[in-house]
Design a protein around this ligand. Structure first.
Ligand code: NAD
Length: 375
């Protein structure tokens, strides 16, 4: 079995899909590994590190793909970015499949079997393969670091000879993986933290991290979690009650970090322009939902906008801002998945199409898009 580690073609993506550590593990599985030159450079992994781990370095994607059975990437490659790939090449990446039907059809035509890591079921067996969690955790951490860097005051309370500095007030909206890490990070930095979510299970999680929970806890709230553990889209009545509760709270906050998402839907709008204007100048909002339209009405994806002295960071790819750590975790997620695709006896790729992990993540097979949602 030959595994190709391809360089990312999107220049704004510094992460890489394998590290010298995972290359060694792949070789231990009986694979040959070929790494495209400079694939890990932006994440701090040199070609010589991969070579020392046992990989061959190829000058370009075509050379890396020669004879490859598996191609690893961070982001979905186009069919044109897989030159000379053999039919049935397993391409494993974050495929971003929503709205990408034409690109997936091209990948299918190229003969690739495309696996979308972000569709991995969130079950115990697949925890080691959960790229959404590994990357969201880092994004939540980084959101607090970025907020601190933009905030012109201190996070912890300081009692000095020259006077007492109050602790920053941090409000986290959306307490999934990113939100929990944001709470923990802000608490470690000495901030006074409150958090909100629509799923009742989050209340205990927030309190166990030493933060205060704030939510409209009515009957709809009690039913807001789907069987899969995600949030439902809330009714207009609930949203109105939530907005009223949040409005008075937000006006007293220094930092707001928003992470609220609903699967397959645009991000819920939780912060209105009026709420932003109620905050005092110097406050900072970091909107982790920017990629999906933003939780704040005034967010511009990829930009920092300043409204009446309040900075709104439209954060994109925050995990990529910690490219080395993000790559290490992502690479381990891929390793864990590839291990399930390899026969222990023959050490060759042996995809079990009945495996629930394969069923959930495979987008293309035998020249066609097989996931009905993305046809
Ligand atoms: P996500 O990124 O889909 O959403 C972030 C948070 O936003 C969620 O907590 C959601 O409830 C919240 N939200 C949505 N609408 C909101 C609104 N109007 N107001 C306030 N908050 C709102 O979430 P995620 O981080 O992917 O986690 C989703 C679920 O998956 C959680 O239950 C988590 O515990 C679970 N999970 C399970 C595993 C596992 O078992 N392997 C791993 C990771 C996460």
């Amino acid at each position: 079995m030959r595994i190709a580690v391809l360089a990312e073609t999107d220049k704004s993506e510094p992460r890489v899909a394998a590290t010298p550590e995972t290359v060694k593990k792949f070789i231990g599985l009986g694979a040959d590994v070929v790494v495209e030159a400079r694939a890990g450079a932006a994440a701090g992994f040199a070609d010589s590190d991969y070579a020392a781990a046992g990989a061959t370095i190829a000058d370009n994607a075509a050379a890396a793909l020669t004879g490859a059975d598996v191609a690893l990437r961070v982001r979905r490659p186009s069919a044109a970015e897989l030159p000379g790939a053999r039919s049935n090449l397993a391409v494993i990446a974050i495929m971003d499949p929503f709205g990408a039907g034409a690109q997936l059809a091209d990948l299918a035509k190229s003969g690739a079997i495309a696996f979308a890591m972000e569709l991995m079921p969130r079950i115990t067996r697949a925890q080691t393969m959960d790229v959404l969690s590994s990357q969201a955790n880092l994004a939540g951490y980084r959101a607090v670091i970025d907020a601190m860097a933009e905030y012109g005051r201190s996070f912890p309370m300081m009692m000095t000879a020259a006077g007492t500095v109050p602790a920053a007030r941090v409000f986290i909206m959306g307490v999934g993986v990113a939100g929990l890490q944001a709470i923990a990070t802000a608490r470690r930095m000495g901030a006074i933290v409150t958090a909100t979510d629509v799923r009742p299970a989050t209340k205990e999680q927030v309190e166990s991290l030493g933060a205060k929970f704030l939510a409209v806890e009515n009957e709809e709230f009690q039913q807001a979690q789907t069987a899969g553990g995600y949030a439902k889209e809330m009714s207009p009545e609930y949203q109105k009650a939530q907005a009223e509760l949040v409005a008075s709270h937000i006006a007293k906050q220094d930092i707001v970090i928003t992470t609220a998402l609903i699967p397959g839907r645009p991000a819920p709008k939780l912060i209105s322009a009026e709420m932003v204007r109620s905050m005092r100048p110097g406050s900072v909002i970091v909107d982790l939902a920017a990629e999906r339209g933003g939780n704040c009405e005034l967010t511009q994806p990829g930009e920092t906008v300043v409204v009446d002295g309040v900075k709104i960071l439209g954060a994109l790819n925050l995990a990529g801002r910690m490219a080395s750590t993000a790559s290490s975790l992502y690479a381990k997620n891929l390793l864990a998945f590839v291990e399930t695709l390899v026969s222990k006896d023959t050490k060759q790729l042996a995809i079990n199409w009945e495996d629930e992990l394969v069923k959930a993540t495979a987008l293309t097979r035998d020249g066609a898009v097989v996931d009905e949602r993305f046809k």
